[in-house]
Ligand binder design. Structure first.
Ligand SMILES: [Zn+2]
Length: 411
């Protein structure tokens, strides 16, 4: 095989456009060319004419160290994140989670994202914890960011303080990530005011949750071009409400979607998208448009996380990250929005096959990749690298019983 791979795509959601019958040329980890199929094209190495291609998804908020299940918290709805965090740390399931090595929780979180097509994840955790794990993960975990935990006196004091961390972000052109207004006590509800006072609200600011944002807060976020990450599943689980996402979108705020950790959030980004669609319908008695929903897991988080030059769309010069899903209807968006884990048919990551249905085994062989096979909900899959079944076994050995993890349904 030459070092170029020519892939015929039936449909591509770029996501700014929808392209029909285009050829994607992959070379050196990148999308080198993208052009309409010509007659008598004889260089196709991979025929995906029955599939819709989407950019690799980006999960804009997770805590990989917290990749465990089931969800905790029996004093809902909470006033703010703190009593939930106290309940978490006093729960038997937290003690059980602690029997696992941190690196295995990271692998668990990475496979949770990978199997759902999320090839890039923002892991909101201090650097000294995730730095050693990031290079070992099978997907891209954001490495360049500055952070705070929250903006209140009772937050967990991650990083060097809001002002210093924000200045670092601007200097290094990386995102400054913090939870914000995740609760309804007086202090939580002043989160945006505090950021304004500390001159830390700007286009590098990535704010998670924002369930208590006022009209004035939304105005300031839009004016200063700050980004929001919406985690509706986790918000509803803990607080029975979520951010006013329509008002944020209408004001022009760049909104992305994140799963949060599975100890309060959704099983994966696919479930989160479905939940987001339902919540929007319940809150506003209208549908969120499908293309916006897909941008919230592709181009919007790429922009918020300062990864736009490499990720977030299918276009020339971007990384060769994409997912392929078989299409059933003429709507190019619905295959992804309605997808379950088993519908993710093929994933390319950095220009190489990473995971897919066993029918694509040959393409893994062409790349001479070391692969493993397993069943995902009874469907035979192939993956490059170690077998996630071994990880599940390791976790079951550590906790001493055959634990079922619903976001890792492998055997
Ligand atoms: Zn979080």
């Amino acid at each position: 095989m030459s070092n170029e791979l020519h892939i015929l795509a039936g449909l591509i959601v770029t996501p700014d456009d929808v392209l029909e019958n285009h050829v994607i040329v992959i070379k050196n980890e990148q999308i080198a060319k993208l052009y309409p199929l010509e007659r008598n094209h004889n260089k196709i190495n991979l025929d995906l004419s029955d599939f819709v291609i989407y950019p690799g998804l980006i999960n804009a908020h997770d805590h990989l160290l917290g990749s465990y299940f089931p969800r905790v918290g029996d004093r809902k709805p909470y006033l703010n994140w703190k009593p939930w965090d106290d309940d978490l740390k006093n729960s038997p399931i937290y003690a059980e989670r602690g029997k696992n090595e941190n690196i295995d929780l990271y692998y668990l979180g990475s496979y949770r994202n990978l199997l759902s097509g999320a090839l890039t994840v923002s892991d909101h955790i201090p650097h000294f914890i995730n730095d050693p794990f990031i290079p070992l993960m099978p997907i891209r975990v954001l490495k360049e960011y500055s952070l705070a935990h929250e903006v209140s006196n009772f937050d967990l004091k991650w990083g060097d303080g809001v002002e210093i961390e924000y200045q670092k972000a601007v200097k290094n052109n990386e995102p400054f990530i913090t939870h914000i207004e995740e609760g309804f006590d007086e202090e939580s509800m002043k989160g945006i005011d505090y950021l304004l006072d500390m001159k830390a609200l700007g286009e590098h600011t990535v704010l998670i949750h924002g369930i208590a944002l006022s009209d004035e807060d939304i105005y300031h976020m839009a004016k200063h071009k700050a980004n929001l990450v919406w985690c509706p599943f986790s918000n509803f689980y803990m607080f029975q409400r979520t951010a006013r996402v329509k008002e944020l979108i209408d004001a022009g705020v760049n909104v992305s979607i994140g799963t949060d950790s599975p100890m309060s959030g959704s099983l994966n980004i696919l479930e989160e998208m479905k939940f987001a669609k339902k919540v929007y319908r319940d809150m506003y008695k209208q549908e969120i448009s499908d293309d916006i929903l897909i941008k919230m897991v592709t181009s919007h988080p790429a922009k918020a996380l300062r990864l736009e030059s490499e990720l977030g769309s299918i276009s020339e010069g971007k990384k060769g990250d994409f997912i392929a899903i078989r299409y059933k209807s003429n709507n190019p968006y619905s295959p992804l929005i309605e997808a379950e884990l088993e519908n993710i048919s093929l994933i390319f990551y950095k220009g190489k096959p990473l995971y897919g249905d066993y029918e694509f085994n040959d393409i893994f062989k062409k790349f001479k990749m070391q692969t493993s096979n397993f069943l995902l909900n009874k469907i035979r899959k192939v993956i490059s690298g170690p077998n996630p079944v071994n990880l599940l076994q390791k976790i079951q050995d550590a906790v001493g019983y055959p634990k079922d993890i619903p976001f890792l349904p492998v055997s």
